[in-house]
Design a protein around this ligand. Structure first.
Ligand code: ADP
Length: 466
């Protein structure tokens, strides 16, 4: 997906979601308010019908008398407007006065008649012949415990329905209009909010492996986008660092390869310059073999380093550490004998970790080899395997030349060798500790070193228990 399409779809998605939610809210509010309006209009109408019916009941009877009619109009005023009423006898037959715009007889439903017989009033909506329904109240008049007659008051629902319908029409216009305007506003806001992301994306697009020093610019407002810029910049810094290390590594490796190759070429060229005795040829070949062995060792170390950086190989089953420590001790003791350094095992414990046994043995051997290598004659090296704080701890301590405090972190970098160690140089390329560290880290462990220059060093490897 291209950046442009992603931006567009995010903006559209946000706007669509926003509009859909707003639409749902407005429809819900519209539906509730419409029902409420309709209900309260009916309530008002019913209350008004009841008032009129009560007044009619109180002011007069079915007698046709101009006096009571005038009184009624005086009492009710505009309340009577638009209403019509009629009297029925206790059997439901119309009799007496009938008022209002309706010429025809108001109907009496069986339910209303039944309820009236029980002295209860009924309000219902009935459809008379005509275009519109009518709200009709049937009120029984009870005298001396008997229903003597009934008053029916009706009113056309035209106005009520018109008010309700007009409200519905208003909603039908306002809701889509509101949602449309909100969607437009939402789209504009989304565009403004996402603009910094566009800018970041275009800066990020300009950053290549060759130019990792560029950084994404934040706006300094401390918001989410600034945090995103910080995160990206942190990642770029780490990448820049990693690329730098890789470049340095390649240059150092080339340099290390060049030295033995130059020596090889020089020796061979000199040998070929003139006819030599078999003895001289043998000498040249012997020194060439030394250089080749150095090259082979370097190639093997480089391969080992790149493999261990890629993670442990082979089965990641449990690995007993005690036999390793003893095996490495034996090898170290042999080296120590030749160098006049006493190597001994301080403590061991039956501990196991998970991982690649061969790689771990290699890492440990590198530490012991170094300890013997950088310890002058008469010194000693102590190896120990103990359990500490729920991890397996292997220490290799020597009484050798030690390491300066400001160099302590750098000794784990590939090809890094200290000046003080040059006198003890045995042709190592400075990859031993880098290999050891990458193996230990790939096993979820740590490797640390404490050292006093001139007094010795102590390397500690901590590995998780199996
Ligand atoms: P190499 O031993 O081949 O030079 P390493 O990676 O094993 O490379 O070690 C890197 C450097 O760390 C060494 O050159 C040496 O200067 C220093 N070093 C390693 N182990 C010790 C030690 N036990 N005592 C003092 N210096 C050490």
């Amino acid at each position: 997906m291209t950046g442009a399409r992603l931006r567009l779809s995010l903006r559209t998605t946000l706007t669509l979601w926003y509009s859909a939610i707003l639409l749902a809210i407005l429809v819900a509010i519209g539906a509730v308010s419409y029902s409420w309006l309709s209900w309260s209009l009916h309530q008002d109408l019913d209350a008004s019908l009841l008032t009129v019916a009560q007044v009619i009941k109180d002011t007069g009877s079915s007698d046709v008398s101009g006096e009571s009619d005038a009184l009624l109009r005086q009492l009710l005023g505009p309340e009577l407007y638009d209403k019509f009423f009629q009297f029925l006898d206790s059997e439901g037959r119309p009799h007496g006065r009938r008022e209002g715009g309706k010429a025809e007889v108001l109907p009496l439903s069986p339910q209303a008649r039944a309820r009236a017989a029980r002295g209860q009033r009924t309000i219902e909506t009935v459809v008379l012949p005509g275009p519109e329904p009518v709200r009709l109240l049937t009120l029984p008049v009870v005298r001396e415990g008997r229903v003597t007659e009934m008053i029916q008051v009706g009113m056309a629902l035209r106005r009520t329905l018109a008010v309700r319908d007009r409200y519905f029409d208003t909603l039908m216009v306002l809701i889509p209009l509101g949602v449309g305007l909100a969607a437009l506003g939402g789209a504009i806001i989304a565009r403004i909010a996402l603009r910094p992301v566009d800018e970041m994306a275009s800066t990020a697009r300009r950053i290549t492996a060759e130019d990792l020093s560029r950084r994404v610019e934040g706006r300094g407002s401390g918001d989410e986008l600034d945090r995103l810029a910080d995160t990206l910049n942190g990642m770029l810094a780490r990448l820049e660092d990693a690329f730098g290390q890789t470049r340095r590594f390649a240059a150092d490796a080339a340099h290390e390869l060049r030295t033995p190759l130059t020596a090889l070429r020089g020796g061979i060229e000199v040998a070929l310059r003139m006819e030599r005795t078999p003895e001289e040829y043998r000498r040249v070949l012997a020194s060439s073999l030394e250089e080749v062995q150095r090259l082979v060792r370097l190639a093997e170390d480089l391969l080992l380093l790149s493999r261990s950086l890629a993670g442990p190989e082979g089965v990641r089953g449990p690995v007993d550490l005690e036999p390793f420590v003893l095996e490495v001790f034996e090898l170290g003791a042999r080296l120590g004998q030749a160098a006049g350094v006493a190597v001994r095992v301080d403590a061991t414990a039956p501990l196991a970790t998970r991982g690649d046994g061969g790689a771990l043995r290699r890492a440990l051997l590198n530490l012991v080899e170094n300890a013997v290598k950088y310890t002058p004659r008469g010194g000693k090296v102590e190896i120990a395997l103990t359990r500490a704080d729920g991890v397996a701890e292997i220490t290799v301590a020597d009484t050798g030349i030690g390491i300066d405090a400001d160099e302590i972190e750098r000794i784990f970098e590939p090809f890094h060798r200290l000046e003080a160690a040059r006198a003890y140089d045995t042709g190592g390329a400075g990859l031993g500790l880098a290999i050891a560290r990458s193996i230990v880290i790939a096993h979820g462990g740590t490797i640390t070193v404490e050292s006093t220059p001139g007094a010795g060093s102590r390397f500690t490897v901590r590995l998780p228990l199996a």
